[in-house]
Design a protein around this ligand. Sequence first.
Ligand code: HEM
Ligand SMILES: *[C@@H]1O[C@H](CO)[C@@H](O)[C@H](O)[C@H]1NC(C)=O
Ligand SMILES: *[C@@H]1O[C@H](CO)[C@@H](O)[C@H](O)[C@H]1NC(C)=O
Length: 496
Amino acid sequence: MALHSILPPACAIILSLAWLIVAKKEVFLMKIFQSLYSIRDNQNCEISGPCWKWPNGHTIDKFLDGRIKSKEWRVYGPVYRIWSCNIPEIVITTPEDVRAFHSDSDLHNKSASSNGGWFFHQLLGDCMGLVNGIRWRRLRSEFNHAFSYRQALQMSSSIGTYAHEYVKTMIPDMQAAESTIHVSDAFMKFPFFCTADALYGPMTEDEKSKLWSIGQQSLALMRYVLLGGIYRFKVSQVFCGRAAKELNTFQKEWSAFNNNMYQSRRSWSPTPLIVLAWKPVTEGRLPESEVMQTLSEMLFANLDVSSHVITWLVTLLADNEDKQQKLRDEIRDKGIINDMLLSEYCNKKNTFLSACYLESLRLRPFTVFTIPESSPSEKALGGFQIPANTSIVVDTLEINVNNPFWGRDSHSFNPERFNNIKQADLRYNLFAFGFGPRKCLGQYFAEAMVKNFVVHLLDQYEVHIPLSESRDGEYKSHRDTWVPISNVKLVLSKLK
Ligand code: HEM
Ligand SMILES: *[C@@H]1O[C@H](CO)[C@@H](O)[C@H](O)[C@H]1NC(C)=O
Ligand SMILES: *[C@@H]1O[C@H](CO)[C@@H](O)[C@H](O)[C@H]1NC(C)=O
């Protein structure tokens, strides 16, 4: 046969194949990934889950649209699979499965760089929250003492003093009887500089503004992580000059900042944490990347987390004025504000303040899908045999809200529910600071921060949601942070 008679049909076939691959690339890639990581139940049915999405799987869905996706993906049953690029992640949704998965949690590993790819690895891949084994134990032991329960209790009174000042000067026009504020803009610097104080000790205004600007650089870099695609691979260093340059500038400035802080504080007494943490770096006992990224984690990654917790607690109290008044009565009844009793009050577990704090953590977990981790053993979860070393994430809304444990009013803000619940029953029914031995390093410190802030805010102001923020049963949240921080305006009315 002559070449000219084969060529057109061959071209047509190649072109249609190419078209098929481009148009159906999602199905095509999903089939490939599925065949690599097949998981079947005892009826030999493949585990279900949402269709793979170009180009990053479900990374964006997981972080930015968590609340919507959690609802949407419920149709796949109590155990299903999503994708972080080409890496499968198994979502579990029931307290029973959380308990079964965590039965050996002391042996679990966090997934490398949280399955976030190369660019994310440069920012946080070596931080305490994501490294494993001996590296994790070494890092945690450097920081543990500074955030222990006792240490947090000791820091509480200076946190209270700062909260009092912060709330007093937060509003531009301090004489106004009423002011409208944007919650996250107005509150964000409080947890940031509280945490900075715990790390560096008292700072000059110059040091503070430098730290804030490095933080802004760090947060801006998160946009490349969320873009994914080429940024998941090292080649982006070659092809994406601007991102590589921004990353490099950030890393240099961050290293120089910490080194300067270390040098300027070496002779201080009491010794600030930065001196204790940076010394092993100068002596070559700890890699600089691990300490630098752990500081990044505590200050920059956590800025969104702590702000999230504060903004939601205040937003929920604004929206439930009877609870707000009840809490204010508790605060004022005890005359706590004018007394040394404030840190004791913030530390107590049987107060209405504590119930409000837990209730807001329950309704607004900072992430709907937890940080992926794996067990070294095969696990039976919801009828599937999940192979060892598979990344597992927990849908925290299914645990904290849609779980029958919370009863029929599980969607409403009802702090009194905690009066009748035993602490031990919360273990697998409430996600707040993590389930296993990798629990949040800063949990006691964060609690002191959030409670002190809210006590002073409610003592000085009444908080309302303005009519213009009518919200059809849902609140607005930010889409430019990796955590869905409340994006709501509030009216503050000055109290006598
Ligand atoms: C109320 C605010 C906060 C919440 C809700 C929160 C929540 C969490 C959660 C859920 C984890 C992961 C636990 C796991 O995967 O098992 C975690 C880890 C961590 N958090 Fe927090 N956190 C908060 C504030 C803070 C603060 C202020 C700091 C700074 C000291 C901090 C430092 C850390 C660190 C270093 C880790 C990694 C711990 C490890 O892997 O050993 N957190 N946090
Ligand atoms: C967990 O991580 C450590 C440190 O990276 C590694 O040595 C160990 O093999 C990992 N375990 C599993 C089960 O992947
Ligand atoms: C899980 O990872 C560990 C450490 O890398 C390895 O020794 C083990 O064989 C892995 N198990 C499976 C089933 O792949």
